[in-house]
Design a protein around this ligand. Structure first.
Ligand code: KG4
Ligand code: ZN
Length: 343
């Protein structure tokens, strides 16, 4: 079964064609990063406008790269939430129009379920149950993927997401946007033991995390140094920050594996591109004899191939959108597809 998917939840306009949830036939991602860079973050209004301008071209290219017409596609999947509402609406409305005009089924997909499904493309043999560490710009979760469409959140960040902490810490150090990538690069040249940061733990909730304390700690360190005219070793600040955040994420995942007896682990979301996180996950999983799915870098950030992958399994579970499908800014990963809009 071939699914054409559309993703527009944040600052990437993306479309892809994927067969049976695993085999990518085409994938097109148009990133708006360059345009948002001067503002130091995503400007929702600009994001929506650019999606409107680009979506037709991106979807057409995904079909032409796949050497297919819309008639050769079996169904259409679209990110229905969570994300920036104006941005999501562009993809949802475009997909609704296309589904109606072509007579294809429309499948609503949860953005984070899509990130997790990137692992089905990366690791063709991977099947639930497994645990997934989700670390993106908006979410930090430990998820028990019980089946393709039945997910349980075992742990979460109580405040900022890991990616948000990376971006805000990077911004306070005057690094470029998006901050996570820049911080990752600088951390490679730093001494991780030089600066200490508070651990992101939550009393009484071993799988939950809190990243606002460490973010504030970096901001204060930078502010106090500049007030005193002191020079900080920025690569070492990056290395210490990165170590604290990555240790918190990895330790939660392995703790969850111990608690549940899970033997297969995976990782998803933009932060899973982080050099240190990937290396630590690989070595720790090996040490413990656990299987690990680590998506390649192009599948860690936002793309539509992952939406098509999850769309396939949502379709098999009978999650088809009604004609009044709407986008939703917040949506629980456990609930998945917005039920009110499904047949
Ligand atoms: O999953 P994603 O592309 O978008 C959301 O759904 O939020 O994640 C974006 C986040 C940003 O916060 C970005 O700074 C972070 O992923 N990120 C990284 C790296 N690459 C992207 N964080 C740390 N190290 C990286 N190499
Ligand atoms: Zn994302």
């Amino acid at each position: 079964m071939r699914i054409l998917a559309i993703e527009s939840s944040c600052d990437e306009t993306a479309a892809a064609v994927v067969e049976d949830g695993r085999k990518v036939i085409s994938s097109v991602v148009h990133s708006q990063i360059a345009e948002h860079r001067i503002y130091g973050g995503v400007v929702p209004e600009i994001a929506s406008r650019r999606h409107v301008e680009k979506i037709d071209e991106v979807v057409s290219r995904a079909l032409s790269d796949a050497e297919m017409t819309i008639n050769e596609v079996d169904a259409i999947a679209v990110t229905a939430g969570p994300g920036l509402i104006g941005a999501l609406l562009v993809g949802v409305n475009f997909a609704k129009g296309l589904a109606l005009a072509s007579g294809k089924s429309l499948i609503p997909v949860h953005h984070i379920r899509g990130h997790i499904a990137a692992n089905y493309i990366a690791s063709p043999e991977l099947e639930p149950p497994f645990l997934c560490l989700v670390a993106s710009g908006g979410h930090s979760l430990i998820v028990d993927v019980k089946s393709y469409t039945e997910l349980k959140v075992l742990g979460r960040s109580r405040d900022d997401a890991a990616g948000e902490a990376f971006d805000k810490a990077a911004r306070s150090m005057g690094l470029g946007y998006p901050g996570g990538v820049e911080l990752d690069k600088l951390a490679r040249q730093g001494d991780e033991t030089k600066y200490k940061f508070p651990k992101p733990h939550v009393d009484g909730a071993p799988l939950d995390m809190s990243f606002s304390g460490i973010k504030t700690s970096v901001v204060n360190l930078i502010h106090n140094a500049s007030q005193k005219g002191e020079q900080l070793d920025i690569p070492s600040v990056c290395a210490g920050f990165e170590k604290t955040v990555c240790d918190a994420l990895t330790s939660r995942l392995f703790e969850a594996a111990e608690m549940t007896g899970a033997k297969t682990l995976s990782v998803a979301g933009g932060v899973s591109a982080n050099t240190r996180l990937r290396a630590t996950l690989e070595s720790e999983a090996k040490k413990r004899g656990l299987k690990l799915s680590l998506p390649p870098l192009w599948l860690t950030g936002d793309n539509a191939a992952m939406i098509a992958a999850q769309g396939y399994f949502e379709y098999l579970a009978g999650h088809i959108a009604k004609s009044d499908l709407n986008a939703v800014a917040t949506l629980s990963v456990e609930k998945g597809a917005p039920e009110d809009f499904c047949v």
